[in-house]
Design a protein around this ligand. Structure first.
Ligand code: ZN
Length: 218
């Protein structure tokens, strides 16, 4: 992350903001959008059987708020969205299992200047040291078909150090095809770690193993 959270938070306070969910004036998140982000955890499974608990459906105010966080620099919303993410995390695994944030691609990190998943974890008060890194720049995922996207992802992440004996719950913001979580799980296992489950803030309302256009996995 390039800018410290404190700086981003301070900027969000100083600059006038609109509701990240619906655009209503002068609120970080208006009351009706606050209701929309109350966690309703749903569990699905990755193709490798790993359970994935998602707090919210990626739609409406939820989708808007997440896009504001990820693509429009609205880091002030991270603390609000951290609440449902924490609920998903609690439902996914016991506290003894270590949360592991799926890192942004290098291109996304360069573009945003911050890692939304890291911000969400910090907002949730979760200690999750960085365990994975990208091995090479990922080609634009959005321009690829589902099969090419899956292939492109293979080997895209690796552990920074051995994870032998570690038990982890993967954490990501939005699960779409599940390809990113599968790749993260593969990288953790390759380093000797165990993946107990995954938790995401939101999921697209379709089967996780199915491809979709406009993936937000990165
Ligand atoms: Zn609103």
């Amino acid at each position: 992350m390039n800018l410290p959270d404190a700086v981003l938070d301070a900027l969000a306070v100083l600059l006038p903001v609109d509701c990240a969910g619906c655009g209503a004036a002068d609120r970080s998140l208006c009351p009706s959008c606050a209701v929309a982000i109350v966690a309703r955890p749903v569990t699905r499974r990755l193709d490798d059987g790993t359970p994935v608990v998602s707090a919210l459906e990626y739609d409406g105010a939820v989708r808007s708020a997440i896009l504001q966080l990820k693509e429009h620099g609205r880091t002030d919303v991270a603390r609000r969205l951290a609440v449902p993410l924490r609920a998903a995390l609690r439902a996914a695994a016991p506290r003894s299992v270590q949360p592991l944030g799926v890192p942004s691609s290098r291109a996304a990190l360069r573009r945003r200047g911050y890692d939304p998943v890291a911000l969400l974890l910090r907002g949730a008060g979760v200690r999750a040291p960085r365990q994975l890194t990208t091995t090479r720049p990922s080609r634009q995922q959005k321009s690829l078909g589902a099969q090419a996207r899956a292939t492109n992802r293979d080997g895209y992440l690796r552990a920074i150090h051995p994870l032998t004996g570690g038990r982890f719950v993967l954490v990501d913001d939005v699960s779409t095809t599940g390809a990113t979580l599968l790749e993260a799980a593969r990288a953790v296992r390759a380093a000797g770690g165990e993946v107990v489950a995954a938790a995401t803030l939101a999921h697209t309302p379709r089967r996780i193993s199915h491809a979709s256009e406009g993936s937000l996995d990165s």
